[in-house]
Design a protein around this ligand. Structure first.
Ligand SMILES: [Zn+2]
Ligand SMILES: [Zn+2]
Length: 382
């Protein structure tokens, strides 16, 4: 039995921020959408379970005092922490990092009914978009395979003219109780009825079209609206567009994990974009006005001030990425690189020699006084 702190790889006095950071890293790494190894789903569930306890000061205090028993039973009661399964883990993950879905939806507490119609499963997919699409926002049609209610039995799974019958093993409850006695006392466990798989109903003559499942797989085009400003790992959520539930249950959701492709011309730092601009030595010394290609505004005029140093950064305000679901945009930062000529024509050589005869020597570099770009770079690598 591993310790929750060990699972997240944090010390026992880690603060909330460290815990969240550690969880994000581990959850991203073990998320079954990105990790195909067979134990990824278990690891994802385990780190999420640990996170869900340690992020909550009350649960964490109970855990510190009583260990797992303190958070798994009693204490606050309710459906509680007894069976923390994969869909719980996925909801926690969405709540923490599903920046684009309404949090209300996620907290909307769709309990897991133990009998009768069940909510269909969520459909998860990845979608790659270019940086420009992420900047402009985009519309995409995507083909999905999704379970629809079978039209010949209307989702019941029973042959036309018949109806599902109440399960005789569980009497329709969908659950069976099992009592075990041992030296330590009596344990009552409740598990889904094995005869009806928890549905509470059985079908004696299954529908010929769907084999009694009540659902059939169909291919459908869905329209995705990718909002301007998305980043890799943002989720889009299409509520109620996922798989139909068993026994006529409601549909699950479609969850689209966005992947923003890297762009050879632009480095992205949050809402800011950075590009490089090469200038000649005379442009740097005398100043100039140049054109810079921006992500969605075409060519922008940029004034290069006289005396700029190689590595300094200039800012085109508001020409970066739009802020997701907010107004305003980040900046486009132009990193200026002074290019030293490698092959001089006869004229150039003469001029440089004349220049050398009159120019003042370069000053000692002042390491105490970082230039603007140094500061920008630090801010970005922090
Ligand atoms: Zn059917
Ligand atoms: Zn049953």
């Amino acid at each position: 039995m591993t310790d929750y702190y060990e699972r997240l790889g944090v010390s026992r006095d880690a603060d909330g921020n460290e815990i969240k950071k550690a969880y994000r890293r581990l959850a991203m790494d073990s998320h079954p959408d990105r990790n195909n190894s067979p134990d990824a789903e278990d690891r994802f569930r385990e780190v999420t379970e640990a996170y869900e306890v340690l992020r909550d000061p009350e649960k964490r205090a109970l855990y510190d005092r009583y260990g797992e028993a303190g958070v798994k039973r009693g204490a606050g009661g309710g459906p509680g922490f007894g069976g923390f399964d994969f869909s719980d883990a996925f909801e926690v993950f969405m709540r923490e990092f599903g920046g684009m879905s309404g949090l209300g939806d996620l907290f909307g507490g769709r309990g897991r009914p133990s009998r009768g119609p069940r909510r269909g499963s969520d459909l998860r997919m990845r979608l790659s978009v270019s940086l420009e699409e992420a900047a402009r926002g985009a519309q995409r049609s995507v083909k999905v395979k999704v379970l629809d209610p079978c039209d010949s039995c209307e989702g019941t799974g029973a042959e036309a003219g018949t109806r599902p019958e109440r399960c005789s093993t569980c009497g329709g409850a969908g659950q069976v109780r099992q009592v075990q006695r041992s030296m330590l006392g009596q344990f009552v466990s409740v598990r889904p009825c094995p005869a009806c798989n928890g549905a509470g109903e059985t079908i004696s003559s299954p529908c010929g079209q769907c084999g009694g499942n009540g659902r059939r797989k169909v291919e459908r085009m869905i329209e995705l609206e990718i909002p301007a400003g998305v980043s890799t790992d943002d989720y889009l959520k299409l509520s109620g567009k996922g798989n139909a539930g068993a026994s006529g249950g409601p549909r699950g959701d479609i969850l689209v994990l966005v992947d923003v492709e890297s762009d050879p011309a632009f480095e992205r730092h949050g809402d800011d974009l950075v590009t490089n601009l090469a200038v000649t030595m005379s442009q740097a010394a005398l100043g100039d006005e140049v054109e810079v290609a921006t992500i969605i505004d075409g060519a922008a005029r940029l004034k290069v001030p006289a005396g700029i140093q190689s590595g300094q950064a200039l800012r085109l305000r508001g020409k970066g990425m739009p802020r997701l679901r907010e107004s305003g945009r980040g900046d486009h930062i132009v990193r200026v690189l002074v290019w030293t000529p490698t092959q001089l024509s006869k004229d150039e050589k003469e001029l440089f020699e004349k220049l050398r005869a009159v120019e003042s020597p370069a000053p000692e570099p002042d390491l105490e006084e970082p230039g603007f770009w140094e500061r920008v770079k630090r801010a970005f690598t922090a």
